[in-house]
Write a protein that binds this ligand. Structure first.
Ligand SMILES: [Mg+2]
Length: 249
């Protein structure tokens, strides 16, 4: 794996040099489209219908008091439960992982593929565009997803790959495996704090899937990492890719 810049270094580099693609098409002087060679997806809530109640999971792990205290301190970024429990005592941490595993198991029992996800993958395959996956869920969940979905993503990195999202490491690892540059890849996910932060820190294009419009509220106007694109359904991704990128593997 290539040496990683610090998140701060990457974001300052990014903020100072990156130019965003324009959604507007005007005259013949329009800049050439960016080349896109791969798409990396989040799994839960992006390729699968969201079924895990994360707030209930955080409550169960933290207890009501700590949950409310933490939530009030991090209203914009949200709670990073995996990171939060990393420094707990082994016993407390084991109990926390058991609770998280219970919630994730419930999610697996009700696993449903997002409508149009397989069509979108078929479209990417027809253009020979690479497909990868990064999730904070466990490998067993990815294995079951592959089995049920009947389509495999490669690489597919679960939380056994450290550090996990929102660190850019898993995305940079995939780029390196594919031998493509981060700015030739798009990260698509439903979490601003994990997927978009990971993608932007890596220097990739990012697309936020926001089915319910929950990120339309003013509290998200001043977040550190804003997506390049936002869609309310995966069905919008085809035209977004066609309109803004040269899909050249
Ligand atoms: Mg998700």
């Amino acid at each position: 794996m290539p040496p990683l810049l610090t998140s701060r270094a990457i974001s300052s580099l990014f903020l100072s040099t990156r130019s965003f693609p324009s959604m507007a098409t005007t005259t013949a002087s329009v800049a050439p489209k960016s080349r896109l060679r791969g798409v990396v997806f989040d799994m839960d809530g992006t390729l699968t219908v969201p079924v895990i109640d994360f707030q209930a999971m955080y409550r169960a792990v933290l207890g009501e008091e700590e949950y409310l205290a933490l939530k009030s301190r991090k209203p914009f970024t949200g709670i990073d439960i995996l990171h939060h429990i990393e420094n707990w005592s082994p016993d407390k941490q084991r109990r926390a992982y058991e609770i998280i595993a219970d919630f994730e198991q419930q999610g697996l029992d009700r696993l449903q593929i997002m409508p149009v996800a397989s069509k979108l993958c078929g479209f990417l395959d027809s253009r020979n565009i690479r497909r990868g996956l990064i999730t904070r869920n466990v490998k067993a969940a990815v294995d079951l997803f592959h089995l049920k979905f009947g389509i495999t993503f490669a690489p597919a990195l679960s939380r056994e790959f450290r550090p996990y999202k929102p660190d850019p490491a898993p995305l940079l690892h995939i780029c390196s495996t594919w031998d493509v540059l981060p700015n030739e890849v798009m990260m698509i996910g439903d979490s601003l704090k994990d997927d978009i932060a990971c993608g932007k820190r890596a220097g990739a294009f990012t697309c936020l899937l926001d089915e319910t419009g929950r990120y339309d509220t003013p509290e998200f106007e001043n977040v550190a990492f804003k997506p390049d694109y936002k869609v309310s359904s995966l069905a919008e991704v085809y035209s977004l890719l066609e309109a803004n990128f040269d899909l050249i593997p």
